[in-house]
Ligand binder design. Sequence first.
Ligand SMILES: Nc1ncnc2c1ncn2[C@@H]1O[C@H](COP(=O)(O)OP(=O)(O)O)[C@@H](O)[C@H]1O
Ligand SMILES: [Mg+2]
Length: 325
Amino acid sequence: MNDFKNSDHIVETRGLIKFFGKKSVVHKLNLKVPCGGIFGFLGPNGAGKSTTIKMILGLLRPTSGSIKVFGMKLQEHRQKILQRVGYLPENPILYEKMRVIDYIRYMARLHKVRGDLRKKSLEILDFFGIARQSFSQCRELSAGQRQRVGLAQAFVHDPEFVILDEPTTNLDPLGRLQVFEKLRQLVEEKEKTIFISSHILPEIERLCDHLGILSEGKLVAAGSMASFVAHATDKEYVIIVDRPTELYHDLRPLPNIIDLEEKEFQIVVQVKPHQEHQFKKQLLEIILEKNYQLKAFKPLYTPIEKTFIDALGIRSKRDLENVNE
Ligand SMILES: Nc1ncnc2c1ncn2[C@@H]1O[C@H](COP(=O)(O)OP(=O)(O)O)[C@@H](O)[C@H]1O
Ligand SMILES: [Mg+2]
């Protein structure tokens, strides 16, 4: 791993800018991807995630700014860097008439993998749960199967760092869980660093150790997942009781509420800033006094959802509904 072991970041961009014509797509991006663990690159469609990834891989030339991977300048050491990187593109192009095994073997050869390529290819296909299709032609695969083959080729040369651009969009929920387990295993047991872009928030939340949120080409939040959880402040809560309509009317006069809504057996309340504690006390008093059965009291959003909403400057539920999926 040469001098890189001393460096904290596997990727570091400085002032990265990309224009397509006059359109600014990535704007002064200072992105630091820590070494080890899974980094989630989260952002709505069109935020500039794939463009950033392609620049990190040297597939697109930045308009300006610098990129270091493994502590080395991309411009000067592209070949050396890319040998140690795996990549799953957003829409992986497979060689349709090739058999899956031959495609993986071909990719292994491109990456100069040595030894028994057939054995290694079968192993990685098996690892990603697609061994049964090894002798099918690529064109016969379903979208989810293609994605697994795409994952297998990204890891076939045992790279230290792997970039996966929206790796699970075509997988069913069980497939996603299986792939997540595998990725976690690669990080824990083989010390890989994995960079995943996604617009699917719960996926990132469940999987990642670090997070960067991109909005309109700008990094609007970044840090460890633990730090987001530690700093989360809840202002919206869901309350479920046995008599919601009655509680709704009991809560309405409280002075520390901004918004109150009753729907489908639950109450959603938004509390004024810094008055959460006071509100909880009053709620508890009402519940005890009027003998409600409290079935649930929980934040409306998880810490990462909250970070995402705040980072994108979404203030109302209506704004939220208008965000691209
Ligand atoms: N080759 C290109 N030429 C012109 N515009 C592009 C090109 N590639 C991407 N874009 C535009 O750049 C923006 C960001 O795209 P992209 O990086 O693919 O976003 P994301 O991956 O976050 O969905 C979008 O508005 C997209 O239309
Ligand atoms: Mg994309």
